[in-house]
Every structure is written in C-alpha cells, then in structure tokens.
Design a protein around this ligand. Sequence first.
Ligand SMILES: NC(=O)C1=CN([C@@H]2O[C@H](COP(=O)(O)OP(=O)(O)OC[C@H]3O[C@@H](n4cnc5c(N)ncnc54)[C@H](OP(=O)(O)O)[C@@H]3O)[C@@H](O)[C@H]2O)C=CC1
Ligand SMILES: O=C1OC[C@@H](O)[C@H](O)[C@H]1O
Length: 452
Amino acid sequence: MEPLRWGILGSGLICRDFVGALKGAGPDEARVVCVGARSKASAQSFADALGVERAYEGYAAVVSDPEVDIVYVGTVAQTHPELALLAIEAGKPVLVEKPLALNAEDAAVLIARAREAKVLLVEGMWTRCFPAVCRARELLSGGEIGSVVSVTADFGWPADPDGEHRRTVDPVSGGVAMDVAIGFAAAPALSATVLCTLDAVTPEEVVYSGTRGTLRIHRPAHTPSRLTLTRFVSRTESTEEVLDFPLPPVPAGALPFNYPGSEGFLYEVRAVHEAVRAGALELSQWTHDETVATQAVIDAMRAQARRTRSAGGAAASSVADAALALQYKVKLLHAGGWSESSGSEGLRTPPTPPPRGSSSGAGPAAGRAEGWGLDAGRVGQFTISFVADPDLHEDMEAVSCLCTFCLDDMQIGEELCRLPCMHTFHRRCVHAWLERDRRCMLCRLDVTKPGG
Ligand SMILES: NC(=O)C1=CN([C@@H]2O[C@H](COP(=O)(O)OP(=O)(O)OC[C@H]3O[C@@H](n4cnc5c(N)ncnc54)[C@H](OP(=O)(O)O)[C@@H]3O)[C@@H](O)[C@H]2O)C=CC1
Ligand SMILES: O=C1OC[C@@H](O)[C@H](O)[C@H]1O
C-alpha cells in the first residue's frame, strides 16, 4: 500500500510533536511532504528540523500541493474552521487539532460542509484513540461495572505564564475552556463532576462509578496507559484488575516532544489512516455528533462563566460554575436520547443525513448547511411551541434554563419550542436553526424521524 502523504498547516509546538510522532508509523505508512506557516522562514526552519520535503509561506499552498493526500491543522484555535474549510474545499481529508471550532454551531456547519463534499473531517480528540480508552469504553459498554451512575474527571497543570498561559488566556482562542475542558467528552452518566484549570496541579484521573463496580483511568488520563477495574462483591470485598497499555516507543531520531505523551499521536494517526482507507467521513472513536455535543457543553460552560462574571461573581474560570453547567448538560443529554447507552460505545449511530442541497459561500458562516433544513411552514409539524409560564417552572428546570443557541436564559413568559427529543430552546432560535438543519443541535436527532 502507498504511504499517505501529509501536509502540515502551522509550525508551532503541536505540529512539531505530531510530525515527530508520525515517524513512528514508518515510511511505508506515512510521509510528511510539506509544511505551511505564516512566514516562509518559520516553515523552512520547521522543515529543516523535522526533515519535511517542502516549506511554503502561507497555508493555501499546502492544501493545493498535488502530492498532499491529507492535511493536519495545528494552528491556534480561532483559525481552525477557516483552515479546515480550505482542505475540505480542496477535497482533502483533514485532521484538525481540538477544538474544531469555537462554538457548536460553527462545528456543525463545518461538519455539514465536509459531509457534503464527502471528505473525512476529524477533530483531534486523540485521547479517544489510545488503547486504554478504547478498552475502557468496551468495559463500560459491556456492563463490567453495571450501569454507569457517575463520572469524575479532572485535567489541569500550572501552565507557563509566558507560553501556554498566554495562548490559553487569549479570549480569541477560547481560553481554558477550549484548551483543556474540551478534553471532557460528555459522558452518558447520571452525574459528572469535572475540574479543569491551568493554575494548579490536579490528579488527572477519571473514575466511573457504576452499580457493580468502578473503573479508573489512571494519571495522566489524557494520555493513559493504565486502567483499574474494581468489581464489587460485597461492601467489604471487591476484586481488582489492573490493565496496562504501554505507550508506543518514541521514534528513533525524533526531537524531544513539547508535550508529554506525544508519542501517543501514533494511535490517532493509525485511526485516521484506517478511516481514509475505508472512505469514512468521520472516526468511529470520536464521531461528529460527539464533537458537536461536547462543543455545546463548552458553550454552556462559557456562557455560565460569562454570566457569573458580569454579575460581579467569581472569575470566568470558576470551577464550580463550569462543573455545574456540565452537569446540567450531561443530565440534559441523558434525558434527551442518549440515555439508552451505557458507555460511549453505545451512543446512537448518527441518523443518516437528509438529502443535501448545494452549498455556497466561502466561510463557515456563509455556508449554513443549505438543503438540510425544513421549510419554515413545516417546522411546527414536528415541534411543540409553548410560552413558559410559572406552572411550567419545574419543567423548565428539568431541561436546563439555558438556550444553547443564544446562550441566554429561557425566561418565564418567553416563547419556547421543544423538539421530539425533548431538547428545548427559544422558539425563535430553534426555528431559525431547523430551517437550515433538521437535526437537533444537541443530540442530532432528525426531528422528522423521531423514531430514528
Ligand atoms: N492534542 C493535544 O494534546 C494538544 C493540542 N493542542 C492544540 O494545538 C493547537 C496549537 O497549539 P500549540 O502548538 O501549542 O500552539 P503554538 O502557539 O505553539 O502554535 C500555534 C501556531 O498557530 C499559528 N497561527 C496561525 N494564526 C495565528 C495567530 N493569529 N496567532 C498566533 N498563532 C497563529 C502559528 O503558526 P505559524 O507557524 O504558521 O506561524 C503558530 O505556530 C491548539 O488548538 C491547541 O489546543 C496543543 C497542545 C496539545
Ligand atoms: O492543550 C493541551 O496542551 C498541553 C497538552 O499536554 C495537552 O495534551 C493538551 O490538551
């Protein structure tokens, strides 16, 4: 089989690690043929240091290089949608560092564009490709700890104030929520407690609690190599099984990695190569629906933090707020269609996308997934609109008070709209969305086919 030929967008730290790890795949599997950076000098020094064949000024030359089979976007977050779109429009599969976009709507639009173009688009949630995580998902979906009731997770380190911190506090790039919290995929558990910070050392573990046991993903849980499965026998007795998944060796001759565990990018590379060769449009390890739903959680966390801040409360990174918002959303997802799954393996298969129309416009904002939508007059056939009144207050609490489109509270007296999946939004917000995309923004249920 011919090796897949990569083109790299960006010459920063993660691009260096990714290219270093890619060498682990071997020359018969992967080649890096070119790199593009904002300046030619930076691209050239990257190419010289990492043995990349060609260096370009700018990013467009990389995607149009005829030798490039697949593109890696490793630039700062705010550039991801635009650069992903460059690759999609060139018809090239693209792996985009997390986050795919800065909000759920833009992520959904990009995904729609990639699906229209029949191009593989992957958000680089590399942790999902680690063998330890794959095994953990099998154990959870196989019921090894019974039904999952709760998950706790944390991810944090005191970031260098002149380097990472500068990048992550940059409000344009999305801050700590985009950089760190995005690592918490919405877990189908009744409750989730998460901590993310760039100010403190955290244990960096994930623990699932179930009706028959616990599963621990050991530190460092974002690049894990050890699990402990504890099976409950009685309150005084349990059995413990430790499972090890050593990381791949650091490729010979690779430069020192900038981020710990980067040799584990090899797992993501293998998953992406397999998907390219199978003609897939998404990774089974980290689906498009999971990208959008997780991004919606992050949107909610950020909105809540903004509200706290504008009310003169705690800082934007308030852990309590973030955890509360995530808990709200996880409950919402649980109540709204994902509840059948125990473990992510069991998540619903994405509904077959409805027929698509042509797309137009250059940027994600211009191409709002035309052809997926419902005629304005038909939206009411599939949804229930109502005015929130005090008698419904209890009901509103059960669906969370945040509209995930405008990220404002849904207030008593406002016109709301509930979809067949029970997700509820402002009527004006969700009607506008359904005219462009007939699937729920959160759980991706096609509202015209509530039975799936
Ligand atoms: N999966 C993982 O574990 C990790 C993922 N990441 C993700 O990778 C991405 C990049 O992070 P990292 O490599 O650490 O960051 P760096 O600051 O080291 O590199 C970012 C690159 O972005 C490019 N860039 C393009 N536009 C801009 C702009 N307007 N301002 C600043 N830079 C710009 C620059 O590329 P150029 O070379 O063209 O000038 C720069 O080299 C982030 O999205 C981050 O979340 C980061 C670390 C680990
Ligand atoms: O954004 C990040 O930066 C630091 C890394 O160690 C981590 O993997 C990543 O999420």
